[in-house]
Design a protein around this ligand. Structure first.
Ligand code: ADP
Ligand code: ZN
Length: 750
């Protein structure tokens, strides 16, 4: 039955009951591959790597199991080499990856490849040399500054302020060029490398939790030895991290391990230090800034149990942890927890599945929870723990909406905002101006003929980058020099339309010549180490006006900021994506959360061209939870997630109609499969297939994109049809003419 739905013929016993090894190989096919064992079958444990013949070459794969049936009719080939006597992946991780591959309908071999550190994926030995770590010497303790070497001074201070020894990975998180910076520090006798394992510096530090934090912590403690999922719905600065730490302290004390997942942008050296300080144990980090060796070392430390805490981004969810007892997903609403290409998994959802399988508690934290989590909470699937006041006595900022359509707007900034900026700056406090658009201006237009400079490869305008004198496409990366004449009418009347961070920076620098303006966006922090430098200048008050994109929105703590201006709040109101409004609300509140983090109260001014918009007003007057309730009701009414389950089949091609044509064929195929197959009759009425439709931006990087949306009210019908569809697509002749991908629970519809 199942085999029929797969579109494949059923497996049959291999000759004379000979045993077979099932191997996941990283190729774009859903199935595993069958081999005869070399040596004894009993050595082939799931999670061991093998080299196998594949086509005309060999590949490295992961054993998923053994058996005696196969799809292959001819004689099987034998494994070339068994690489690991002991599995590199323990049974629970093999199970998690296999489950994830089947849930996301992604080729299992590619899923394993995503989960393994690069070196293991390439077949390197699974033995690692224990790395050194860095501590300050007695002379280093006494040194406040290294003359004329700001980078060395910063790194020295970082090591001074850290508890115990600092690993290479943590040095890198602080300073991307750390390996160059640290050499002179060692030479001057200020820092030394120790080869021993982690040496705790002092006892764990704890603070007294407030009432709400205590209740939250107690609730998690009460469920510490079973699966339990809690959403900590706590405003920014309410002390969510302290609750995680309080539970983690108990777990670490009893010898357990803690996994902390967070979006890339939330992982800062300050956060790692907080964990080290509070727990006084070995804390390892995993993130995209590490090189392959550092990644492997952190992975190993978690896998062999020596690291008691692992803090990492998305893919850290697959790291083996033999004594895992507690999982945290911080900023659980953040879209970057969902991988947007290749193996498109959602790390938060996998963390919940992992916790369930391991029978341990998992905590999701956010000031602006995702609608999915709020919905799960309302169904009673997860518990909600509220933190409603700011810890450390700080108060929430006051928020106000400003109409930015009228005449009293100068260069995108309203007079009211400029006036308040002046007052705040005179008091010696900081201002943050948020605009989610980098570059100088989003449009270069000819005043004579009104034509606009567009990207030749995308359906998009080119963004003006005045500092570098270039026009850039933010979608495909194409660039060219800023022209002097219009490309259509050749008049020299090109003007910049609209505002970007560069232009706001320029304007505010002129307007407030006595204050330093610091721009923080992807362009100004592109060079290694630049982001840390900028954030430090922002935090210590060296710059008084911070202009930035959403890079500024998350996690960072700028105690001197008392005024936040949000310039383009309403772009999300009319977004093409069903999540646009949710994301707009989350972004506004995350940005607002940067104001008044210390004793001084803050103000947030939200400029909008649609100040009368009901949702914007609701968000500002009643807060996120009312806003979210409204959005959930709307999603239910319009049948969007989390009230339905969806998968997106995307296709693209350089040829104009090819992708749509292909998806049309697939839609018909699904229709006839549903009509013909009596096993599917039952789910037929519950499924809808919408499209094919052009992607909201049809042409990207020279390819035309189209999509098919498959949805159903319950999870099961969708997955039944996808289980048939995926292998069908892999075999379909037309599928070779386009690029296609299947995205289950998609985030980005573009
Ligand atoms: P969140 O994670 O919710 O944004 P944090 O845990 O970072 O909040 O807390 C915000 C600030 O308040 C931090 O500086 C933290 O040390 C401090 N803080 C948190 N809880 C307490 C408490 N119970 N007593 C004193 N300070 C606290
Ligand atoms: Zn482009």
């Amino acid at each position: 039955m199942q085999a029929n739905l797969d579109g494949l013929s059923p497996e049959t016993p291999y000759s004379d009951g000979v045993k077979i090894v099932k191997v996941a190989v990283a190729v774009p096919l859903s199935r595993t591959f069958d081999y005869l064992p070399r040596g004894e079958l009993k050595n082939y444990h799931p999670g061991c790597r093998v080299v196998v013949p594949f086509g005309r070459s060999t590949r490295i794969g992961v054993v998923t199991g053994t058996g005696n049936t196969t799809l292959v009719k001819s004689k099987l080939k034998a494994v070339t080499e068994l690489l690991d006597p002991v599995p590199v992946l323990p049974a629970d991780i093999v199970e998690l990856i296999t489950w994830a591959a089947s849930y996301y309908h992604h080729p299992v071999g590619e899923a394993f490849a995503t989960a393994l550190p690069v070196q293991l994926r390439k077949g390197s030995s699974n033995e690692v040399q224990r790395p050194g770590a860095y501590v300050v010497t007695d002379a280093g303790k006494e040194t406040a500054e290294v003359k004329r070497a700001p980078a060395q001074t910063a790194l020295l201070r970082f090591i001074q302020q850290s508890v115990g020894a600092v690993s290479a990975a943590e040095c890198r998180l602080f300073d991307n060029r750390w390996s160059t910076t640290i050499k002179p520090l060692i030479k001057k006798g200020l820092v030394e490398k120790i080869v021993a394992d982690y040496r705790p510096g002092r006892a764990p530090v704890s603070i007294t939790l407030n009432e709400e934090q205590r209740l939250a912590s107690e609730k998690i403690h009460a469920n510490i030895d079973k699966y339990y999922c809690a959403l900590i719905d706590g405003i920014t600065g309410s002390g969510k991290t302290e609750v995680y730490l309080d539970v983690a302290r108990t777990v670490v004390k009893s010898g357990g391990q803690v996994l902390v997942l967070l979006p890339e942008i939330g992982l800062t050296p300050q956060l790692v230090s907080r964990f080290r300080n509070a727990l006084a144990c070995q804390v390892e980090v995993l993130h995209s800034g590490l090189n392959d060796t550092e990644r492997m070392l952190a992975w190993h430390a978690a896998a062999d149990g020596s690291a008691q805490v692992l803090i990492g981004t998305r893919s850290a969810v697959f790291t083996p942890m033999p004594r895992l007892e507690f999982i945290v997903v911080d900023e659980e609403h953040d879209g970057s927890l969902k991988q947007q290409d290749g193996f498109r998994y959602q790390a938060r959802d996998l963390a919940m599945m992992r916790a369930r399988k391991a029978a341990v508690p998992v905590v999701l934290g956010s000031a602006t929870p995702s609608l999915e989590s709020l919905h799960n909470a309302s169904k009673g699937l997860i518990d909600t723990l509220y933190l409603r006041s700011r810890a450390a006595g700080a108060v929430l900022p006051k928020m106000a909406l400003i109409d930015s359509r009228g005449g009293d707007v100068e260069q995108g900034l309203s007079n009211r905002l400029l006036l308040q900026m002046k007052q705040v700056l005179e008091r010696g406090e900081q201002v943050m101006v948020f605009i989610n658009r980098r570059g100088y201006a989003p449009v270069l237009m000819c005043e004579t003929c009104t034509s606009i400079e567009d990207c030749s490869q995308c359906d998009a305008h080119m963004t003006v980058h005045a500092n570098s004198g270039r026009l850039r496409c933010h979608h495909c990366g194409a660039e060219r020099a800023i022209p002097l004449q219009c490309g259509s009418c050749e008049a020299s009347t090109l003007i910049n339309v609209g505002m970007g961070t560069e232009r706001i920076d320029e304007y505010l620098s002129e307007k407030f010549p006595d204050n330093k303006v610091l721009r923080i966006d992807r362009d100004s922090t592109r060079r290694k180490g630049e982001l840390q430098k900028h954030l430090a200048m922002a935090a210590n008050g060296e710059a008084q006006i911070l202009v930035g994109t959403q890079m500024l929105a998350k996690g960072h703590n700028f105690p001197l900021v008392t005024l936040v201006g949000i310039l383009d709040a309403d772009r999300g109101l009319f977004g093409a994506d069903f999540r646009s409004v949710e994301q707009m609300g989350q972004l506004i509140l995350q940005v607002a959360g940067r104001a008044g983090r210390a004793e001084k109260p803050g103000t947030v001014l939200v400029q909008s061209r649609n100040p009368e918009h009901e949702l914007l007003q609701l968000l500002l007057s009643d807060g996120y939870s009312e806003f979210a309730k409204h959005l959930l009701a709307e999603r239910e009414l319009t049948a969007w997630p989390p009230y339905v389950y969806i998968a997106l089949l995307r296709a693209e091609s350089a040829e104009k109609a090819a992708a749509s044509k292909f998806l049309g064929e697939i839609k018909n195929l699904i229709g006839s499969q549903l009509a013909q197959n009596s096993d599917l009759a039952e789910i037929k009425s519950q499924l809808s297939v919408l499209g094919p439709a052009h992607a909201p931006m049809e042409r990207l990087a020279g390819r035309y994109r189209s999509q098919l949306l498959i949805l159903s009210k319950d999870r099961k019908p969708l997955h039944t049809v996808l289980a048939w569809l995926r292998p069908t697509l892999e075999m379909h002749p037309s599928a070779r003419k386009v690029r296609w991908s299947l995205d289950v629970d998609p985030y980005d519809m573009l």
